[in-house]
Design a protein around this ligand. Structure first.
Ligand SMILES: *[C@@H]1O[C@H](CO)[C@@H](O)[C@H](O)[C@H]1NC(C)=O
Ligand SMILES: *[C@@H]1O[C@H](CO)[C@@H](O)[C@H](O)[C@H]1NC(C)=O
Ligand SMILES: *[C@@H]1O[C@H](CO)[C@@H](O)[C@H](O)[C@H]1NC(C)=O
Ligand SMILES: *[C@@H]1O[C@H](CO)[C@@H](O)[C@H](O)[C@H]1NC(C)=O
Ligand SMILES: *[C@@H]1O[C@H](CO)[C@@H](O)[C@H](O)[C@H]1NC(C)=O
Ligand SMILES: *[C@@H]1O[C@H](CO)[C@@H](O)[C@H](O)[C@H]1NC(C)=O
Ligand SMILES: *[C@@H]1O[C@H](CO)[C@@H](O)[C@H](O)[C@H]1NC(C)=O
Ligand SMILES: *[C@@H]1O[C@H](CO)[C@@H](O)[C@H](O)[C@H]1NC(C)=O
Ligand SMILES: *[C@@H]1O[C@H](CO)[C@@H](O)[C@H](O)[C@H]1NC(C)=O
Length: 378
């Protein structure tokens, strides 16, 4: 056994032991396990701070067991850091912070103070994020996010917001599981910290949140190209849902008022157009039909040059109770667009009378075909 291996083995074991006794983790905790195999010094440098999967729901960060413990994290020592490379050396460290915490490491979770229980007390709970140099965005993934619902579209009882990014990022409330938000922080890095703030109002809960805070560095393949994307979807096919849309309870859902944001879909290789279909759609009331174009004045989604296969004129605005580019239709139909970039803009007015419940839209990017085929497909 080389001396290097010996040192590493001891470090990992000590850290595993520490983690095993100091943390209680309801979703899987640090059990001291196997020790490390021999590694090269090159590997030591590289395992640090790359993302890994902690469990089926949570992201972790590869690091030395000692570093994980020092950062207040926890790990399962029987879990190698990165199964893909076969490395059994680092640990997949779960980092979690709550009120008054400071986040410096990539993929750290911000959880409510009583997590995994609900928080019932009214309070302000905020966390400080210090993104390192070279960070362009924070990506907030709302794994669990339930606070008080909006009242007539406004977050009056409970609020989540990012004061340093007020112009880019809207205030949220209600139910936001499985949505995300990009915060542009390039101009703040080194000058100002970024605050993630919950204002919990005067009512007795229940509220719960678990938000992954990822640092997206500038200049990578996956860095959003433009500043104006609040949500970014990279996959060839994916689902886009509006904020405060509760799939299990659509009756409870409402659009937030005063939104104006862009959902960016990254064009996949050798795909030439995008096809949008709705799983649920309700933006402004329309008597059970589609509403398009000039009929959408207050609350709508905007798909540049969208069209219906049977109706060649293009339409930008979509609202109503049914999604589609056919006028006055009671049945939903796909909306196709070849216009790039593949963006969807979401706008709601501050007039809360007819916001609608929100939407789940699914897109597929389709293979390049000639124009004639695109027009007559479906
Ligand atoms: C630790 O990881 C191993 C391997 O994935 C798994 O079998 C075990 O259940 C985990 N332990 C806990 C407490 O999560
Ligand atoms: C958080 O969300 C997950 C599903 O993503 C769910 O299984 C879990 O019960 C929720 N609550 C806690 C405390 O983890
Ligand atoms: C959403 O969050 C709630 C708690 O706030 C949790 O009970 C539920 O399992 C989550 N659902 C999903 C699909 O993540
Ligand atoms: C950011 O927060 C940390 C920790 O609270 C503090 O030490 C530091 O001075 C803050 N930086 C700026 C630029 O405000
Ligand atoms: C942080 O983790 C995300 C994945 O969750 C990754 O895309 C990003 O590149 C990481 N950032 C840094 C600075 O390593
Ligand atoms: C909705 O449609 C019904 C039947 O076509 C009609 O009687 C009613 O006036 C319509 N309501 C609105 C608000 O357009
Ligand atoms: C849609 O239908 C309603 C009621 O049937 C009718 O009043 C209206 O003129 C129609 N609009 C269009 C654009 O066809
Ligand atoms: C709000 O919207 C309703 C329905 O669209 C409309 O009748 C009302 O005049 C609007 N109020 C304001 C202040 O714009
Ligand atoms: C994406 O959607 C298209 C059209 O619905 C389908 O043909 C294709 O198989 C899907 N691709 C993936 C990777 O799911």
């Amino acid at each position: 056994m080389s001396s290097l291996r010996l040192v590493i083995t001891i470090a990992v074991s000590v850290a595993a032991l520490a983690a095993g006794v100091s943390f209680s983790d309801p979703m899987g905790s640090g059990i001291p396990g196997r020790t490390a195999r021999a590694v090269s010094p090159f590997e030591i440098i590289n395992i640090d701070h790359t993302p890994c999967r902690y469990d089926s729901k949570r992201q972790g960060t590869c690091m030395l067991g000692v570093s994980c413990t020092a950062a207040g994290g926890r790990f399962n020592a029987t879990n190698p850091c990165d199964p893909r490379t076969g490395s059994t050396f680092g640990v997949c460290c779960l980092l979690q912070q709550t009120c008054d915490g400071v986040i410096m490491t990539n993929n750290t979770y911000f959880v409510n103070p009583d997590f995994p229980s609900d928080t019932t007390e009214s309070q302000t709970c905020e966390i400080t994020v210090m993104p390192p140099r070279g960070t362009c965005y924070l990506r907030l993934d709302f794994t669990n996010f339930t606070i008080h619902d909006p009242v007539q579209g406004a977050c009056v009882a409970d609020q989540f917001h990012v004061p340093e990014a007020e112009h880019d990022a809207p205030m949220l409330c209600g139910y936001n599981n499985e949505t995300h938000m990009y915060i542009y922080v390039r101009d703040l890095v080194g000058k100002q910290n970024v605050t993630l703030r919950f204002n919990l109002g005067e009512w007795n809960g229940p509220r719960q949140w678990m938000i992954n805070v990822a640092q997206i560095e500038c200049g990578q393949d996956w860095t959003p190209g433009e500043r104006g994307c609040l949500q970014v979807h990279m996959a060839a096919n994916d689902t886009v849902r509006s904020y405060n849309y509760d799939e299990r309870n659509p009756g409870r859902s409402t659009m937030l008022a005063g939104l104006d944001y862009t959902v960016c879909v990254r064009q996949a290789q050798s795909r030439c157009y995008v096809r949008w279909v709705s799983e649920f759609f309700s933006l402004s009331a329309s008597n059970g039909t589609t509403a398009v174009g000039q009929a959408c004045t207050q609350n709508y989604v905007l798909i540049n040059q969208g069209f219906d296969v049977k109706q060649k004129t293009s339409i930008d605005r979509y609202c109503g109770d049914v999604f589609g580019a056919r006028k006055n239709s009671t049945s939903a139909s796909p909306v196709i667009s070849t216009a790039r970039p593949y963006h969807v803009r979401v706008r709601t007015s501050t007039n809360a009378t007819a916001l609608g419940r929100g939407f789940i839209l699914k897109y597929s990017q389709l293979q390049c075909l000639n124009t004639r085929v695109i027009s007559y497909r479906d």
